[in-house]
Design a binder for this molecule. Structure first.
Ligand code: NAP
Length: 223
């Protein structure tokens, strides 16, 4: 008899936009229990229903952000970058005891420039305090790559920052499930550089008329 693998329940807060549904589709397809969070319950339910339909499943649920966070083992924040601070503030109590994966890259698509330090994820960690473990990840993963070719693994690499490498390792498992090659890239202060890389990737996309520029690391042999 083989032991059944127990996968964490993932809440995607602000999961009704571009990035959130892409992550939701990929994780739900792999077998994770996924919850879509929104400020509006009906919007969360409608997105969950649409994604379930796309995959031919019924497991994705939709709740308001607060309930979604409380029901999950691990939360992923995908609210629009301008709402980052407000969202963090309003979800502070719901996130206690959990890992929060912050995907925020504070870059304006119309005029891409690298943001100034501190990193969005560092700001989140400061606001949330030590009862929440913030991990910065997915800032360089375009929504278009997540949503397209769902049957193919994501070929790009992923940089993860966290103050505790063990927290990064938890999140690495979620990305590896999607086929990604993951690198721990230091503490949350470094995440501002990863946000800045998004500015570069958007600029590359614009110049080469693409939507899926991403990164790959060379020179590392993992044990
Ligand atoms: N798009 C990409 O390719 C990409 C790639 C890498 C990283 N990211 C990062 O992922 C995050 C989401 O990007 P996105 O393109 O998915 O954004 P988006 O579609 O513009 O917005 C995502 C969600 O944010 C929520 N929201 C809007 N205003 C809010 C407010 N005042 N308070 C709380 N929630 C609010 C909305 O959800 P409700 O109305 O349902 O509450 C909306 O569906 C950003 O931080 C971005 O930097 C995006």
């Amino acid at each position: 008899m083989t032991a059944e693998k127990i996968l964490p329940t993932i809440a995607i807060l602000g999961g009704t936009g571009n990035e959130g549904p892409g992550l939701a589709l990929r994780w739900a397809k792999y077998g994770f229990q996924v919850i879509i969070g929104s400020r509006q319950l009906e919007k969360a339910r409608a997105t969950a229903e649409k994604l379930n339909k796309e995959l031919g499943i019924q497991t994705i649920e939709g709740y308001d952000n607060s309930t979604a966070a409380r029901k999950a083992d691990l939360c992923v924040l995908t609210v629009v970058q301008s709402a980052h601070e407000q969202a963090i503030e309003s979800l502070k109590n719901d996130l206690k005891g959990k890992i929060l994966v912050d995907t925020t890259a504070r870059v304006d698509y119309r005029d891409p420039r690298p943001p100034a330090p501190p990193a969005a994820a560092r700001l989140a960690q400061e606001k949330l305090g030590d009862q929440v473990r913030v991990v910065a990840a997915f800032q360089n993963v375009p929504a278009a790559s997540l949503r397209n070719n769902l049957d193919e693994p994501l070929e790009e690499d992923l940089l993860i920052c966290a103050d505790d490498p063990d927290d990064a390792a938890e999140v690495a498992k979620l990305a590896e499930a999607l086929g990604m090659n993951v690198y721990y890239a230091g503490n949350l202060d470094n995440a501002v550089v990863i946000e800045g890389l998004t500015s570069i990737l958007i600029s590359i996309n614009k110049y080469y008329r693409s939507r899926t520029a991403s990164i790959q690391i060379t020179g590392i042999k993992k044990e």
